[in-house]
Design a protein around this ligand. Sequence first.
Ligand code: CUA
Length: 287
Amino acid sequence: MGGGGVLFLVIGLVVFYSLRYRRKAGETDEPQQFHTHSGLEIGILAATTGVMGIFFFLTITTMLAVNDNPAPDRPPDLVIIGHQWWWEARYPNSGVVTANEIHIPSGKRLLVEVRSADVIHDWWVPELGRKMDMIPGTANHLWMEARHPGTFLGTCSEFCGTQHAWMRIQVIAQAPDAFAAWERAQLQKPTAVNGAVAAAGETLFQQKTCANCHAIAGTKANARIGPDLTHLGSRNTLLTGMLENTPENLTRWLDNPQQIKSGAHMPNFIFTKAEVEALVEYLEHLD
Ligand code: CUA
């Protein structure tokens, strides 16, 4: 809106002055020329500097107000690591590691450390605090607080490659009791593998290359290259918010990852139909 107003003002003035001062019939001389007008030039410079200065001041004071003491001398409550193209969340106090759906306790001001595993990403959930770049090799800090339970959405706000637009953020704020229960559950081995198909899926997961990149708590899979899949069945979405978490969508993903999320680091393993079925049965029951 504001940009449109400026556009119309500028174009309007250009049209107005072109018509107002056009050469009229019978005029042959050059119009009167003006070269300098110190008062006007100093005035324009001072006015623009003043306006910029006011916005600069407001920006800096607001940034400091929402993020005072950005790096206190204590460990963070939560570490969030941006990857191409998903989020890793670590809870240093409990040792929980999860991906993409980030649970936090409501009513608590959390010190969050943000990092990157590859390129520059930018963390931004507007309702929970300021945005913060995730720079490779550096840890940045911000304060995050959800005043009440709920799901808060955000996105990666720095272009980070082909799937940047699908780097959605979901923060699930829970009442402290519910959060504590969630955290305890995350540390438990997912429910026992039930049935022959799921058992085949588990074997496949551990023996084929899945376990080389992914972790599932309580099993031998503990790699940190791809998202942690412990309790995958309890998540609402797959692929950083791209798809609803259903067996059909997980099947589509395992069938051909690049068709769904081109450029993702998940290779196509060319599984057979039975293998995909077994993996889906196993993974969707990790709740
Ligand atoms: Cu990550 Cu854009």
